[in-house]
Every structure is written in C-alpha cells, then in structure tokens.
Design a protein around this ligand. Structure first.
Ligand SMILES: C[S@@+](CC[C@H](N)C(=O)[O-])C[C@H]1O[C@@H](n2cnc3c(N)ncnc32)[C@H](O)[C@@H]1O
Length: 327
C-alpha cells in the first residue's frame, strides 16, 4: 500500500450538528460580551489600573488595597501550591458527595488556580470564578469567570443557577462587608450545599517560646489591627468568620485550625515544604499587604514600608525562631 492508498482517518463527525436545547442559557465569555450592553458592562471599570509606589492596583469600585501585578501573581501561585500540599491535594474538605457536585463558585478567584483545578478534576461540574479584577481566559469548557463585587447581588448568566459549593480562599482585607458577602453566598446556594473558607490568621505563634526580643514578625501581626482600623478593612476575618457564617443562616458550621510553619524548620518533610512555601508566600506578599494602607492611611513613606519588610525578612533569615501561623 502506498501513502496515497491510505484513507484519511474518518472522525465520524455528524453531517448536521445536533443543537443542545439548553444553548440559550449558556454563559458567554468576556470577549463575547465586550461590545454588549449586559450585566457585565458594569464591570468595565475593572479594566482600569493605577500604579502607585511601583506596584499596580486595579481600580474597580475604588480598588483593592493589595496590588495586582506580577509579584502578586507569584504570591497567589505559591499560596495555591502551599494549600494543595497542606491539604494532601484536596480541593475542599467539606463532606460533599462528589457525584452530586453540579455547580461550584470560587469567590475572589484571583488568577483562578483553584477554579481551574476544580474544572479539570470535575469535568461534569460547572465552575464559576468570581472576582472584581479581570482575569485570564477560562481554559476549560466547564469553567467561566465573571467580574463583579461578590458583596453585591449576584448576576449570573443563568439566573436559575444555584451552587453546591462556594469556595473562598484568602479574601482577607478584600471584602469590607462580610455579612453582605455571606448573605449573597447563602442566597445563591442550594439547600444542603456547603460554603468553605480558608484564611490565614495574622498571628505569629510558637510552641517553644524561642522569640527574639522586639520581634518584627510579632510586631507586624499586632500592627495589622491598627491597619484594619485605619483602612476599614479586616485583617482578622479568620477569627470572625465562623460566627458570621452562622449569622448568615448556615448550619453545621465546623472550623479546623491547621499550622502553617514560617520557614523550613519542621522535621516532618511535608511540613518542611509547607514552611518553605509559606516563607515564600510571606516574602512575596508582605510589601503588598502593607504598602497602600500604610502610605495612604497611616502617613508612612515607601522607604519606611521597605525598611519594615527588610527587618522582617532578616528576622526570618536568621533562622532562630519556629513561628507558625494558624490557617
Ligand atoms: C489574594 S487574591 C485570592 C486568590 C485566590 N482566592 C486564591 O486563593 O488563589 C484575592 C482576590 O479577591 C478579589 N476580591 C476582593 N474583594 C472582592 C469582592 N468583594 N468580590 C469579588 N472579588 C473580590 C481580589 O480582586 C483578588 O483577586
């Protein structure tokens, strides 16, 4: 048989493509909506950015006090990997029957790493990433991203869509009105659905009391309380969220506290790696967490912020303490 005798592989595609009767209710991509006057057009200001002290911020609804740039992207990637490692590659801990997981929302999805992972893992589940900032294209057919403030009424393409799981991770400081957020989550969930939130508590703790006098890491934890008051943003939502979730009407609320070691000081190989990730997370995050609130609301200069960071990094690098932060 010569090359030309070979038949081309027949993919057996239908001559007429059958139309899915649900087509009219499918979600649109951001591109498709760009020129349309739709609910999404309210988010057009999400494409505005400002640069301040060398960091870029998005400006939708007066923006977010944390930067949105290459450094913050690295910070988010490290967070995602750290959480997967700590949770043994589990995307959630809620006792959900995976086969009944139809719709999942990721609130404050950021780069969308969790949402992407879920969409890949559960191809039959519709995953919706919600954020006030513009994000990369959704790369799975069952994944979509919507831009809006999750404390406002949720406007979904399919208004009948209700979620079986709402996931929130590292949204501290981003949200001003947590009660409004949890109410929106509640209103948009199925009965029997789960909400799961994971936040780092800004508290440097040790099991051995090896703490340097005038520890900068400890001082910065205390300082976040002043920052919360000055900016009207909550750095401590981790300790308030259980009560607030219950107040929103959720029942069977459970809390689990895990230890995030700062640095590779544990002997346990997994926790040693978690500690490496958390150190990287802290070092790529600290300037961004302090910068806008300290310079805008507390009268600091950029140099003062950078000095505070350097002092903290030197303390970590001295490898004398065994701090862990509750997650
Ligand atoms: C630190 S990132 C978290 C990323 C992601 N959840 C993760 O764990 O990888 C916080 C994200 O929350 C978003 N955000 C803050 N407030 C929000 C709100 N009210 N509604 C929707 N998204 C919000 C920010 O734009 C930012 O992308």
């Amino acid at each position: 048989m010569t090359y030309f005798d070979k038949d081309m592989e027949n993919l057996n595609h239908p001559a007429v493509i059958p139309v899915d009767e649900r087509y009219g209710r499918f979600q649109f991509t951001e591109d498709e909506l760009d020129d349309e006057s739709s609910a999404y057009s309210v988010a057009s200001s999400a494409h505005n950015f400002l640069v301040e002290n060398g960091r870029r911020y998005h400006d939708y609804k007066n923006g977010h006090p944390f930067p949105y740039d290459e450094v913050s992207e690295e910070n988010e990637i490290v967070l995602h990997e750290m959480c997967l490692l700590l949770l043994d590659n589990k995307y959630f801990l809620s006792p959900i029957n995976e086969s009944s997981l139809r719709c999942v929302a990721d609130v404050g999805t950021g780069l969308g790493l969790w949402a992407e992972g879920m969409a890949e893992k559960y191809p039959d589940t519709q995953v919706v990433g919600i954020d006030t900032a513009p994000r990369p294209r959704a790369i799975y057919p069952n994944l979509s991203h919507i831009m809006f403030d999750a404390t406002d009424e949720w406007v979904l393409d399919d208004p009948s869509m209700k979620f079986d799981l709402v996931h929130i991770r590292s949204l501290f400081v981003g949200v001003k009105d947590w009660d409004a957020l949890y109410k929106q989550c509640f209103d948009n969930m199925n009965s029997g659905a789960w909400i799961e939130q994971m936040e780092v508590e800004i508290e440097a703790l040790t099991d051995d009391e090896e703490i340097l006098p005038n520890s900068q890491l400890r001082a910065l934890c205390d300082f976040t309380r002043e920052m919360s008051a000055a900016a009207g943003r909550d750095f401590q939502i981790s300790s308030a969220m259980k009560k607030k979730v219950e107040e929103a009407g959720f029942v069977d609320v459970q809390e689990q506290r895990l230890k995030l070691p700062l640095g590779p000081w544990p002997t346990d190989p997994k926790l040693k790696d978690v500690g490496r990730f958390y150190e990287r997370f802290y070092k790529t995050g600290l300037q961004g967490w302090l910068l806008q609130i300290c310079t805008r609301n507390m009268g600091w200069t950029l140099d003062q912020v950078n000095d505070a960071c350097i002092k903290a990094f030197q303390e970590i690098n001295s490898r004398q303490q065994h701090f862990w932060y509750p997650l």
